[in-house]
Design a binder for this molecule. Structure first.
Ligand code: PXL
Length: 276
């Protein structure tokens, strides 16, 4: 059975990070091991959330895993909350990364703004971690912070391609920009594979609302699909299609959740879509 280890927080309510990575990887038939970085009562878009840091547990967990000889087909980092955790992510890649796909989702910003608690210095340190990854999947805001370039809301294809090449210059082999819209009413992901010098764009009709947590669902789906042997391009398409389906199902429900999508009832779609 294919195995992935993912390092990110557990937000007890909020449908993001580990509470979506685990079910999505499981639905894709991938055994998921976790390194929880912190426990929060909710994700940070709520006010007054509690936060319990688990940094001191991370190296002991990895040391134990090393002694047991555990190996993984993928290592996937999501929301990381401190400089120490960024260093520990590098250790994870160093110690377990030889034959694993290393995916970094540099969760830290959206809509032109850093999430609560993040700084420009953190973005710089995250850019360094991206250099150790095979694949990174920022949104355009995160890419702007990683590269220290202004965030723009209007752009063309040449701009997106230039950003992608700059992202790969951080040291990763492949970069995907999520949430890219090059045509009115469309939304997709634009990717660059530096090893082949090739671009790939996949888009869908845009759903009328945005939801929190969709980036984590997207990255988890990409991770699981790649581990199951799908090509980079196919994994991107599956991730885009699943997120679109999650939003579509959410919007069908009156009084639907506003803090996260109904990814659960879209799981049959995902299982069918990946067609293992
Ligand atoms: O979805 C990314 C994410 C993960 N974990 C926590 C967050 C966020 C986004 O705000 O707050 C704790």
């Amino acid at each position: 059975m294919k195995k992935a280890a993912t390092m990110q927080d557990i937000s007890c309510v909020g449908k993001c990070s580990l509470t979506v990575a685990l079910p999505v990887l499981s639905a894709l038939g991938v055994e998921a091991s976790v390194i929880p970085t912190a426990v929060l009562s909710t994700h940070t878009m709520f006010s007054n959330f509690t936060f319990h840091d688990l940094t001191s547990e991370i190296q002991p967990i990895m040391d134990h895993w090393k002694k047991e000889g555990f190996q993984f087909d993928a290592l996937y980092t999501g929301y990381l909350g401190s400089f120490d955790q960024l260093e520990l992510a590098k250790n994870l890649f160093h110690d377990f990364g030889k034959d694993a796909i290393k995916l970094v989702d540099p969760c830290m910003a959206d809509n032109g703004k850093l999430y609560t608690g993040f700084t420009l210095e953190f973005a710089k340190a995250m850019a360094e971690v991206c250099g150790y990854a095979d694949i990174i999947c920022p949104n355009l805001t995160e890419a702007s912070f990683l590269l220290d370039i202004p965030y723009v809301t209007s752009y063309d294809e040449a701009y997106v391609q230039d950003v992608l090449k700059k992202l790969c210059a951080l040291g990763c082999k492949k970069a995907v920009l999520t949430g890219i819209s090059l045509e009115e009413g469309k939304l997709g992901a634009y990717a660059y594979d530096a090893t082949k010098d090739s671009f790939y764009y996949y888009q869908n009709d845009k759903e009328p609302e945005f939801f929190h947590g969709t980036g984590d669902i997207w990255a988890s789906t990409l991770c699981g699909s790649l581990v199951q042997g799908k090509s980079f391009e196919e994994a991107i398409a599956i991730a885009c299609d699943y997120v679109k389906e999650c939003i579509h199902i959410t919007l069908q429900e009156e009084n639907h959740n506003t803090y996260g999508v109904n990814f659960e009832e879209a799981i049959p779609y995902l299982v069918n879509r990946i067609n293992l």
